[in-house]
Design a protein around this ligand. Structure first.
Ligand code: ADP
Length: 407
């Protein structure tokens, strides 16, 4: 970061130096061109006489005199030739001013750098007049000389700034992933610990025959072991899915499907949890079985994830509404709950892998932060979109949009 900033500073310093340098080169070149023009013209005696005659006549007719006698054109051509030899190909204006004129004094004091004057002493034998050359714009000269370097530098600086921001973004993302992975490891060990110690306890009881002759007790221990074992199996399955999500490696077996059937199937899978939480699910299907082309198994999982989240992240009895409708030839599915909601500042992260909304040290709802990442992956793989709308402590709505198969 510091190195890039130092590079940027050097580059900017170099550009400023280069502009100043070009400015000086320009000034010197014009001055040299003017002096050489004067020397060339001074060597041409008949021409000097012509100029002198013109300047000695009255000022009202001076301009016409200079133009008609060809003096003006000759001076112009001579200057143009000299400037060209210094690679200066710019438009310029040319005029003659008296040494004492007010105009010359203001030019000398205010407009230095745009006006270059030279005494015509050598040409006319006395020092009363100055030949002035004015450049309305010098930009083209800078572009011709330092233009490519300048543009190159600006592009380089822009590239540096863009890469700096890009690097920062990657760095922040990696940092977040590292934090999430750490959190995931904590979660995983935590989730494995409880069933493992329950199994160890129950099997110890059986080993030491702590049930005596009570067969019911023995049955309870065995039931506990089997229940905890199921939990472990589910955990392993979640971890395996996590790996598949990580690699984005799913096979899809797409079929024409009425989404309502998949929603009902997912709801029946969640029945036990729903009963435990004393919740209810209401349906409002208005899509009239409009078929979508999806993988049934994955989409049942999608709804199981959304429904179990709706129940998990709820402090009161979960009230879930699932509705479907057709909008702009797309099937829209809304899964709405009355749970704890998701604060606005966390909403953009919830579909990231391993992300869990921070709840301080209290983690009553367990999970690996992978469910919504999986949901998004599946929906997007079917050319759909998923968005969330939520208000803290009021509830959350997940909106899925899928293309409907045209008849
Ligand atoms: P997990 O539930 O395993 O933590 P998810 O990817 O399913 O992971 O969800 C990510 C996070 O989004 C959750 O940790 C939770 O904080 C938040 N979340 C998801 N669904 C809901 C919901 N219906 N209500 C409130 N918060 C939710």
């Amino acid at each position: 970061m510091l190195i890039i900033l130092a590079l940027l500073a050097t580059q900017i310093k170099w550009i400023i130096y280069s502009i100043r340098f070009q400015d000086k080169v320009f000034e010197k070149s014009v001055e040299l061109a003017l002096s050489e023009t004067m020397s060339t013209l001074t060597a041409d005696k008949p021409f000097c006489k012509k100029v002198k005659d013109c300047l000695e006549c009255d000022t009202v007719r001076l301009e016409t005199q200079l133009a008609t006698s060809g003096v003006w054109q000759k001076i112009h051509d001579a200057i143009a030739n000299e400037l060209k030899s210094y690679d200066i190909d710019l438009d310029y204006e040319m005029f003659i001013l008296e040494n004492e004129s007010e105009e010359l004094k203001t030019l000398e004091s205010d407009e230095k750098g745009l006006y270059y004057s030279r005494c015509m002493g050598g040409l006319i034998g006395y020092t009363g007049y100055q030949l002035v050359v004015e450049f309305p714009s010098r930009t083209r000269f800078f572009f011709a000389t330092a233009g490519y370097m300048f543009v190159g530098s600006v592009v380089l600086i822009l590239l540096l700034i863009i890469s700096l921001f890009y690097l920062l973004r990657i760095y922040n993302r990696e940092l977040r992933i590292a934090e999430h992975t750490k959190e995931l490891l904590n979660n995983v060990s935590h989730e494995f610990k409880t069933p493992l110690s329950s199994i160890a306890l129950a099997s110890n009881m059986i080993r030491k025959k702590r049930y005596g002759t009570d067969d019911e007790k023995l049955g309870n221990y065995a039931e506990l072991i089997s229940k905890e074992n199921r939990k472990l199996q589910n955990l392993v399955e979640s971890l395996l899915r996590l790996e598949a999500v990580e690699r984005n490696e799913f096979d899809y077996n797409r079929e024409d499907t009425a989404i309502e059937d998949l929603i009902k199937e997912a709801a029946s899978t969640c029945e036990m949890l729903l009963e435990e939480k004393l919740g209810q699910i209401k349906y409002d299907f208005q899509s009239e079985g409009a078929p979508v082309f999806v993988d049934k198994l994955h989409f049942v999982n999608v709804f199981v994830n959304l429904l179990s989240n709706a129940m998990k992240y709820s402090k009161r009895n979960p009230n879930i509404n699932i509705s479907t409708r057709i909008e702009n030839e797309n099937l829209v599915i809304l899964v709405k709950d009355n749970g704890i909601g998701i604060p606005a500042k966390f909403q953009k992260y919830i579909f990231d892998k391993y992300y869990r909304v921070p709840t301080g040290d209290v983690h009553d709802a367990k999970g690996f932060g992978i469910g919504l990442a999986y949901v998004k992956q599946i929906v997007e793989a079917h050319n759909g979109t998923i968005i969330v709308e939520s208000t803290s402590s009021e509830g959350t709505v997940f909106r899925i949009e899928l293309p409907v198969i045209k008849a």
